[in-house]
Design a protein around this ligand. Structure first.
Ligand SMILES: Nc1ncnc2c1ncn2[C@@H]1O[C@H](COP(=O)(O)OP(=O)(O)OP(=O)(O)O)[C@@H](O)[C@H]1O
Length: 226
C-alpha cells in the first residue's frame, strides 16, 4: 500500500441551499504516494484551505472519500477520526501559531506528551528535529525571540513531532523572504526524503512549487496537473 492519501470525488458547498451558497470543490480526485511532496497552486479563494482541511480531517466533505493510510476516513465516527488526525496528519499554517509562552523546544515536545510519549524521548526527538532544520541553537528561545524563518522552521518541527504519515501545509512560506523560504523548504524536503513523509503544500510561490515532485492546480473546483 503505497498511497499516503487518496481523495475520490470530493465535493464541498458552503451554505448549501442559501443565496450565499459557494460551491468550492466539485469532484476532487487526488492521490499522493508515500514520500511524495506535491505542490497545490491556485488563485486566492479557489478552495485550497478547504481542500487541505478536508484532507487533514479538520472538515468533512459533502460527498466523496478521504482515504488515509488505506482507511476510508469518511466512514469513521468523530472520535476515531480525531485519533486518526492526531496520529497520521501534521499541519503547518501560513502564520505559525506557536504557543508564545513556551520555548521552541517545548512547542515541539508538548504535542508528543499529549500523544503519550515519555518526556525524555519527546525531548530527544524534538532536539533532533530542531537540529535538522538548523534551529537547535535557538531551542530555549520563545517564539518572540526568533526570526520569522526560525519560527516557521519550529512550526514544521512541531507538525512532524508525532511522525505523521502526511504533512499538509497552507502557504507555509507565505510571510518569509525568498532566501528564508528556500531554506525552510529545503529542510522540509530533507526531512521528507529521510522519513518517507508525504506532503501536500499549498503555495502561491511558483518557483518553490517547481522544486516539488509534482505540481497540481486547483481550477474551478477540480484538481488538474499544472
Ligand atoms: N465557512 C465558510 N462559509 C462560507 N464560505 C466560505 C467558508 N469558508 C470559505 N468560504 C468560501 O469558499 C471559498 C474558498 O475558500 P478557501 O479558504 O478554501 O480558499 P483558498 O484557496 O484557501 O483562499 P486563499 O488563498 O485566499 O487563502 C472562498 O470563496 C470563501 O469565501
Amino acid at each position: 500500500m503505497n498511497e499516503a492519501l487518496a481523495l475520490h470525488g470530493i465535493r464541498k458547498t458552503y451554505n448549501p441551499g442559501k443565496p450565499t451558497a459557494v460551491e468550492v470543490l466539485r469532484g476532487i480526485d487526488l492521490t499522493l504516494q508515500t514520500g511524495e511532496v506535491v505542490a497545490l497552486v491556485a488563485p486566492s479563494g479557489a478552495g485550497k484551505s478547504t481542500l487541505l482541511h478536508i484532507a487533514g480531517l479538520l472538515d468533512t466533505p459533502d460527498e466523496g472519500q478521504v482515504i488515509l493510510a488505506g482507511t476510508d476516513m469518511t466512514r469513521l465516527g468523530d472520535r476515531a477520526r480525531t485519533i486518526a488526525r492526531r496520529d497520521l496528519v501534521g499541519f503547518v499554517y501560513q502564520f505559525h501559531h506557536l504557543l508564545p509562552e513556551f520555548t521552541a523546544l517545548e512547542n515541539v515536545v508538548l504535542p508528543q506528551l499529549a500523544h503519550g510519549t515519555p518526556r525524555r524521548d519527546a525531548e530527544s526527538r524534538a532536539m533532533d528535529l530542531l537540529d535538522r532544520v538548523g534551529v537547535r541553537p535557538r531551542a530555549h528561545h520563545r517564539p518572540a525571540q526568533l526570526s520569522g524563518g526560525e519560527q516557521q522552521r519550529v512550526a514544521f518541527c512541531r507538525a512532524l513531532a508525532n511522525a505523521p504519515r502526511l504533512l499538509l501545509a497552507d502557504e507555509p512560506t507565505g510571510n518569509l523572504d525568498p532566501d528564508t523560504s528556500d531554506r525552510v523548504f529545503a529542510a522540509l524536503m530533507d526531512l521528507g526524503r529521510s522519513t518517507g513523509l508525504s506532503a501536500l503544500i499549498a503555495t502561491h510561490n511558483l518557483a518553490l512549487a517547481a522544486r516539488m515532485d509534482r505540481v497540481l492546480r486547483l481550477d474551478a473546483g477540480r484538481v488538474v496537473p499544472a
